[in-house]
Design a protein around this ligand. Structure first.
Ligand code: HEC
Ligand code: HEC
Ligand code: HEC
Ligand code: HEC
Length: 197
């Protein structure tokens, strides 16, 4: 039943921008619909099904808040008249799911310290998190699961980031680009080896 997801992405970005079932670019999702990473982790920490919780914890997104304490973060902050990046909405809008893409803390169930969590990419989980809904992709998507989640990346990986480097990635055909979803996803993927594709 599951179809291959991997590179169905550029159309996804267009879908986000034209936003039918998805929030229109700029409108933040309902803060009350987020459940937090502990809830997702309850069912997604078994090694047999890929332990997505551990992959996330070991990857860059769980460290996105901590990164804002680094010397590079202070330097980037200074250029944007930000004293302490860990306290500024100008940085936390992309470095902490708790800010929900805005410049203020909005989501009670998610601590700023958690950085960029599952729901920034997969969508707020309140309506799709039950086991029966999750097992059926069509139902999960109808209940708010963002699939493919590669639609979500460019909400943050864009030229508004102070770290944006328009030549960060080189595509297969030799073009330089600030974000290449295929290569970037390869670095953070967390597959379920037991899932039927
Ligand atoms: C009650 C247990 C449970 C909870 C809580 C839960 N999941 Fe799941 N999830 C599952 C099961 C079971 C599957 C199906 C496993 C499979 O076949 O890939 C699944 C599948 C998924 C998939 C793959 C969907 C697909 O169609 O390929 C994603 C993505 C996912 N979960 C993300 C999340 C996120 C994010 C959260 C927290 C908001 C979450 N899950 C909470 C049990 C759960
Ligand atoms: C538009 C979203 C966005 C905003 C706003 C943002 N960041 Fe980031 N930040 C990112 C992304 C995405 C990355 C990952 C690297 C990349 O692709 O640019 C990142 C990476 C970083 C890094 C790691 C350095 C690197 O090159 O990987 C630092 C440090 C950082 N950001 C500091 C800040 C500070 C300080 C602010 C506020 C002044 C801020 N960011 C605001 C999205 C953002
Ligand atoms: C930076 C974005 C991002 C974050 C953060 C993230 N994921 Fe994913 N996840 C993806 C993408 C992209 C896929 C590939 C499938 C798709 O496009 O939806 C995926 C796939 C999955 C799958 C399906 C694996 C399979 O092979 O069937 C599960 C389950 C999952 N994620 C759970 C989680 C959980 C739980 C968390 C938090 C602990 C999390 N993810 C954090 C982007 C993300
Ligand atoms: C809510 C904002 C947000 C979203 C959505 C997001 N990221 Fe990120 N991402 C960040 C931030 C912030 C960093 C920097 C964190 C750090 O350096 O610890 C980062 C870092 C990364 C990095 C390491 C830097 C690099 O370019 O090598 C990769 C890879 C990455 N993200 C891939 C993805 C992919 C793939 C998606 C979509 C499936 C995605 N991200 C979605 C905010 C986000």
């Amino acid at each position: 039943m599951k179809t291959s997801y991997r590179f169905a992405c550029s159309a996804g970005v267009v879908a986000v921008l034209s936003g039918l079932s998805l929030p229109v670019a700029g409108a933040a999702p309902d803060p009350a619909a987020f459940v937090g990473v502990k809830t997702c982790g309850m069912c997604h920490k078994k090694d047999e099904t890929g332990n997505q919780l551990a992959s996330w914890q070991n990857g860059p997104h769980a460290k996105a808040f901590a990164k804002l304490a680094s010397p590079e973060a202070k330097a980037a902050g200074a250029k944007a008249s930000v004293d302490d990046p860990q306290k500024s909405g100008k940085c936390l809008k992309c470095h902490a799911t708790a800010y929900n893409g805005t410049e203020t803390a909005q989501i009670e169930k998610i601590a700023v310290e958690d950085g960029v969590t599952c729901e920034s990419c997969h969508g707020a989980g309140k309506e799709y998190k039950s086991k029966t809904v999750m097992q059926d992709r069509a139902q999960a998507v109808a209940a708010g699961l963002i699939y493919p989640a590669t639609k979500s990346c460019e909400a943050c990986h864009n030229s508004q980031a102070p770290s944006w480097n328009p030549e960060r990635y080189t595509t297969k055909d030799g073009k330089k680009t600030g974000f290449d979803v295929i290569q970037a996803f390869e670095k953070i993927k967390h597959p379920n080896p037991a899932a039927k594709k």
